[in-house]
Design a protein around this ligand. Structure first.
Ligand code: F6P
Length: 527
């Protein structure tokens, strides 16, 4: 399956991206306009043959059949024996979706109604602050989306507490009034140590301030029994099923803080956008399918050309948490070395995903992207229009910078050009050579650009669903189960065992020298 991709990668070794634009239709032929967005992947080394090979790779891997299995509720999360149905959470027209022979849609829609009622109640009350306590998928999604949609924020202030570092919750509580604050404990399992520790701290804070606990907590969880044990009444628990993965859960109850912030109508628009992307993904042919193409570009750069990382660079300040969100989505989903059948992968697993919004990153790490020895494929995102009509000139500059970066990465600057520039400044001889070399940009560095009209709730829904499906397609091609996360377990187990050693209740016997030394340092400094 991969031989043809290796062959294509060899063919592409000396290919100059800029030369591909000798074909005047290159931009149109290697772009896709769909669901109101333009995905331009023409500034990559892909040519028609390589793209065809990648599409064949996806077909041979059975992406289409697997996609149907996912949408129709088959248990494609085989290591946990679960369906993967975050798409059902945004299936707003409510067509039936069956798991174990039962239509899940009535329950999904009833939960959405319950969320709506709860959100309306909170928005209509004198609550000034809502604190979402969760971590990973129970934090990153609603937090990323709440920041992204801040122009729509007309509800109470929303805070997000995730880290078990007490600094996180104490900084938030300092700004809150115990009588006017609602805590949302968001945890699929309701056992995550960070979340439960923060939730207990919130409870103790209310008690300490003499505030009533009545109506102060809402739970979002698959584990209703644990939520009840914590003391949250049943009518304030929003449940969801195990077929919603944590990092895919922003569309359901875990999105409650977002719904409270932007209101139920805007939240539904967010779902509608995602549903539009679902319909596109489910029906479009591979070469006109945005998630499929985005995935194939990812496979090309990572497994094909061997670029180990991918930078996500939103030229949209409100998408500042998108890279962090995608880190979990992509790395927790496809960061696995064993394929579905229990064998070692024969190609590398999903890439390292990182990034920051532009233009900030330009003044920080773009140096390496332009002149470092490693190639970092870049994924730019930008809106054609901002939300500040009085600051149009800012937005024009933002877009110009975004487009300039992808052009600069592709074009580079040759030694000859650099020499001319430095000679014009009066340099000559060996000093001219030396100085010119520092100003050379190798160029031929690939990037893609996703451009959309404006960062509305619908558009955000489309973007997030686009990336979810991209992860799915890459996972199927790699033969990975994208929906479990066994790799997070070992650290949790060891942390549980280390807790009493750190506090000195247990000796560090059996620990390696380094770990014991770190604990000894703590004990020396804390007595
Ligand atoms: O430890 C990883 C993880 O399980 C993520 O997959 C998940 O999003 C996060 O922890 C939080 O889990 P929960 O929602 O169950 O608290």
């Amino acid at each position: 399956m991969w031989d043809e991709i290796s062959k294509q990668a060899e063919r592409a070794a000396d290919r100059q991206i800029l030369d591909l634009f000798d074909n005047d239709n290159r931009a149109a032929e290697f772009s896709l306009n769909a669901v109101g967005m333009l995905f331009d992947y023409s500034k990559t080394q892909l040519d028609e043959q390589a793209r065809a090979a990648l599409i064949k790779l996806a077909q041979d891997a059975g992406v289409e059949a697997r996609r149907e299995q996912m949408f129709s509720g088959a248990k494609i999360n085989e290591t946990e024996d679960r369906a993967v149905l975050h798409t059902a959470l945004r299936n707003l027209d409510g067509g039936p979706v069956h798991v174990d022979g039962q239509d899940v849609m009535p329950e999904v829609l009833a939960t959405l109604d319950k969320m709506t009622t709860l959100a309306r109640d909170v928005r209509a009350s004198d609550v000034t602050d809502v604190v979402n306590i969760g971590i990973g998928g129970s934090d990153l999604g609603p937090k990323m989306a709440a920041i992204a949609l801040s122009p729509y924020h007309d509800g109470p202030r929303c805070h997000f507490v995730s880290n078990v570092d007490g600094a996180d919750i104490s900084d938030v509580l300092r700004a809150c009034d115990p009588e006017k604050t609602v805590f949302i404990v968001a945890s699929k399992t309701f056992t995550t140590i960070e979340t439960m520790t923060n939730a207990r701290t919130a409870k103790a804070w209310l008690e300490d301030k003499g505030a009533s606990l009545d109506g102060k907590f809402i739970a979002l969880s698959s584990n209703k029994a644990k939520a009840a044990e914590f003391g949250i009444p049943e009518d304030r628990v929003l449940g969801f099923e195990d077929w919603v993965g944590g990092r895919y859960s922003v569309w359901g109850p875990i999105g409650l803080s977002l719904m409270i912030a932007i209101g139920p109508d805007a939240f539904r628009a967010f779902l509608r956008g995602a549903q539009e992307m679902d319909n596109h993904f489910r029906s479009a042919a591979p070469h006109q399918n945005m998630p499929v193409l985005l995935a194939l570009v990812g496979i090309w750069h990572n497994q094909g050309l061997g670029h180990a990382t991918r930078a996500v660079l939103p030229y949209d300040n409100r998408l500042s948490r998108l890279p962090a969100y995608l880190q979990q989505l992509e790395m927790e989903s496809n960061g696995k070395g064993v394929s579905m059948d229990g064998k070692d992968l024969t190609v590398s697993s999903g890439p390292v995903v990182w990034g920051e919004p532009g233009t900030n990153g330009q003044h920080a790490f773009y140096q390496l992207i332009h002149q470092g020895t490693r190639v970092v494929p870049c994924e730019f995102l930008v809106a054609a229009e901002g939300f500040e009509p009085e600051l149009r000139h800012h937005h024009a500059l933002l877009m110009a910078n975004c487009f300039a970066q992808s052009e600069a990465l592709m074009r580079g600057r040759s030694l000859e050009e650099a020499t001319k520039i430095m000679a014009a400044k009066g340099l000559v001889g060996p000093e001219l050579d030396r100085q010119a070399r520092h100003r050379v940009f190798p160029g031929n560095r690939p990037s893609t650009t996703l451009i959309y009209p404006q960062l509305t709730p619908e558009v955000l829904g489309k973007i997030v669903a686009l990336y979810e499906h991209r992860v799915f397609v890459e996972g199927v091609i790699l033969g990975i189960n994208s929906y479990d996360q066994w790799g997070v377990e070992l650290g949790k187990e060891l942390a549980t065992a280390l807790g009493p050693m750190v506090t000195g209740e247990k000796p560090t016997d059996g620990k390696d020298g380094s770990t014991a030394q770190l604990i000894a340092y703590v004990q020396r400094h804390t007595g």
